[in-house]
Design a protein around this ligand. Sequence first.
Ligand SMILES: [Zn+2]
Length: 297
Amino acid sequence: MHFPVFDDFYQRFLFLLPFVTNFSPQDRRFTYDAPDQWQFDFPQCGGPEQSPIAITAHKVIPIGLPPLYFGLYDEPFDQLLSIKNNGHTIEFSVPTTVFGERPYITGGLLRGFYETMAVHFHWGSSQSKGSEHLINGRRYDLEVHIVHRNIKYSTVEEARNYNDGLAVLAVLFKVVRTSHSFYQPGLNEVFGSLLHLTEFNSTYTPAALLTLGSLLGTLDRGNFYAYKGSLTTPPCSPAVLWHVFAEVLPISHQELPKFWQLRDRRGRPLVNNFRPLQSLEARQIFQRSPFHEYLWI
Ligand SMILES: [Zn+2]
């Protein structure tokens, strides 16, 4: 017997099967053309406790948070960095240090230890500033994110299912009109790599052996805001304990435009890769500064 309708259906099903079985939400691509549409492919992007947010002094609760502790941050890596243009940002995985383990943090809002996984950036364009977080109503020119995984979870994919899964350190940058480079040797290596990373999927390895702390230069590591939020890219998991430093670092007006030269997977300028502000709702923002610590002694 012959069932033409069934055969037709069956053939279509077989045709689709490899796509169905290989497909996972994490594989879906996203763009910054319409971030308000992300939630239709990634439901958590429309959920609670989203990032970034505007941090304003009058909403901040100055409590005696412990300082952050930066384990192995100032020890050299045991290999060179491989920086990649992944179409959304430039990013590198953080290697182990000469002590055989990756840098880690604890303190602040964190209970337990968080191992550094990767570093990436968000920026604007010649028309627009591009930090993700705002401080006291100001959007800045550039924001770097250092992503850490709670060591009680074995992968970032696992960690993002838990509200204590990830910790991100954020540093904001303000463009200044000076040609000399600032004391942040790690960042200067990254900025110097940008001209080699113009094309989508390109990678570049700076020759210098760096420390993670050298990305932060002379940053005041003791003064930061902290709140519970999410990844700022799909799947927008509400799994991030954010620590945003209060000090804004300088970036030369000769370095910043190098970011605007990068291109995405479609060959278009990779610019304005920042997510719009999300509502704070009932969340609290804490601030830790040496002054507040003094009050608690
Ligand atoms: Zn980010």
